[in-house]
Design a protein. Structure first.
Length: 455
């Protein structure tokens, strides 16, 4: 995956990783990975073994991940916050032989080997559920991981002088490709802030001279709320990037007014890495547009008949790139699929000029007699209500058909009729929720993305 002795020779004493209380040079990183690999060998972790790796933020996770990759194992990064029951389900689903994390290494079935029918050996398995369906495992080869990291590096112009903030969960596709592999290949520095509190992150980023600052949309909103006057100390940042969900236009505008920006909108998936980037702040109603293809990626909008659509026509986003994954390990429910070097995202979009604009998700559409309803459109309206803190829209089976149901987290006591009346001001009658269920919270992951299979 990475030629660490070569990187150590080229970048030697330069910082590879910075974290509270510790700085690791490229030479030291190569040594730590070598020692970790030797420890894996002594414990009997054989090449080809599938290993679940708990991913707390910090250099220990990076070292263990690189050691597993160098050993020829299949790395399966998982959240450090997962329960034992959740890990057991993932271990069974993935045929994992080991679970690693921190200094711990536990054998599940050391002799277990999974057969492969892929043209290349998979080295990375990413858990991804997309927007619908049960969790699936995306298998990626070393060449595909490097391609995804390379697409990102060329698009941003990452050099050895850059310092990239690693605030995102390390098990996430974006973090693995763009905040671990990409900076190390370029001789840049990975910066762990040591905290997720906005003020602490701002201080850590300023102290380290961070030049690239990616985070989830929610975090940029929190930065503006916790530090509404911005921070001159972040002038070292040449770009902020929002990923993991749609960036609301009001959040973008408030953040740029406070911190100066630029704040970009990134779009991607575990199956392909980053695919689109909006660097122009072009808006799409209350959200930012998806943007334009990154370097090394071709994007089409295709109709149901497979033809490439023209400007203004709504169709599926299809991505072609050397970074497209091998495929899925086992069943892959949901709207996306991989065919050769093309990834059919299941997301709908239309093209206006050079930019793509999001238009919904195929598998989420609710079939109504008057036409299909896009839950995301209804959710945007619900979220504009001043007394709605969170919302989700699902299909509710009613007789032989479906109707629209809203799941709402309210800031105060509110009646269902009030919510319906509010929606009726902005939506066609058939799109207005017929059922409103009040809930104390909705399931969201570490990036703030709605986990629809748990609704």
């Amino acid at each position: 995956m990475l030629d660490l002795p070569d990187l150590a020779g080229r970048f030697g004493d330069r910082d590879a990783i910075r974290e509270p209380g510790r700085t690791t040079s490229y030479a030291e990183l190569a040594g730590r990975v070598r020692d970790a690999g030797a420890a894996l060998a002594r414990r009997g972790v054989a090449p080809g073994a599938r290993v679940l790796l708990r991913c707390p933020a910090g250099s220990e996770t990076v070292v263990r991940a690189l050691a597993l990759l160098e050993r020829g194992c299949l790395l399966l990064p998982v959240s450090e916050g997962g329960t034992e029951a959740e890990l057991a389900v993932i271990a069974k689903r993935s045929s994992a032989a080991w679970i690693a994390g921190g200094d711990a290494l536990h054998a599940l079935d050391p002799q277990k080997r999974a057969g492969y029918a892929w043209p290349e050996l998979p080295v990375l398995g990413l858990l991804s559920s997309g927007s619908t369906g049960a969790p699936k495992i995306v298998l990626r080869s070393a060449a595909q991981v490097r391609a995804a990291a390379g697409n990102f590096s060329r698009t941003l112009g990452v050099t050895a002088d850059d310092r990239l903030l690693a605030l995102l969960p390390l098990e996430h596709s974006y973090a693995i490709h763009n905040l671990v592999i990409a900076p190390l290949l370029a001789g840049a520095c990975i910066v762990f802030p040591g905290s997720t509190h906005p003020r602490a992150v701002i201080r850590a980023a300023a102290d380290a001279g961070v030049t690239f600052f990616p985070a989830a949309p929610l975090f940029f909103d929190l930065m503006t709320r916790f530090q509404p006057g911005g921070s001159a100390a972040l002038r070292c940042v040449r770009a902020f990037s929002s990923m993991g969900g749609s960036l609301p236009r009001p959040v973008h505008e408030a953040f740029c007014a406070a911190f100066g920006g630029p704040l970009w909108q990134a779009y991607g998936a575990s199956e392909v890495g980053q695919a689109l980037l909006n660097r122009t702040a072009r808006a799409d109603g209350d959200l930012l547009a998806l943007g334009r293809p990154v370097d090394g990626v071709e994007v089409e909008v295709r109709g149901e008949d497979g033809r490439s659509l023209g400007e203004g026509e709504v169709g599926e986003i299809v991505v072609r790139s050397p970074a497209v994954a091998l495929g899925y390990d086992g069943p892959a429910d949901g709207g996306s699929r991989i065919v050769g070097d093309r990834f059919y995202t299941g997301d709908l979009a239309l093209r206006r000029g050079a930019d793509l604009f999001f238009a919904g998700r195929k598998k989420l559409l609710i079939a109504m007699a008057r036409g299909n309803v896009d839950p995301l459109e209804v959710e945007r309206v619900l979220m504009s209500h001043p007394d709605v803190a969170d919302a989700a829209v699902v299909a509710h089976r009613e007789g032989s058909g479906e109707t629209v149901k809203a799941l709402v987290v309210a800031r105060r006591e509110i009646q269902a009729a009030e919510i319906m009346e509010f929606c009726a001001r902005s939506l066609s009658a058939y799109k207005v929720p017929r059922i409103v269920e009040l809930r104390p919270s909705l399931p969201r992951n570490a990036l703030g993305k709605l986990v629809r299979e748990r609704l």
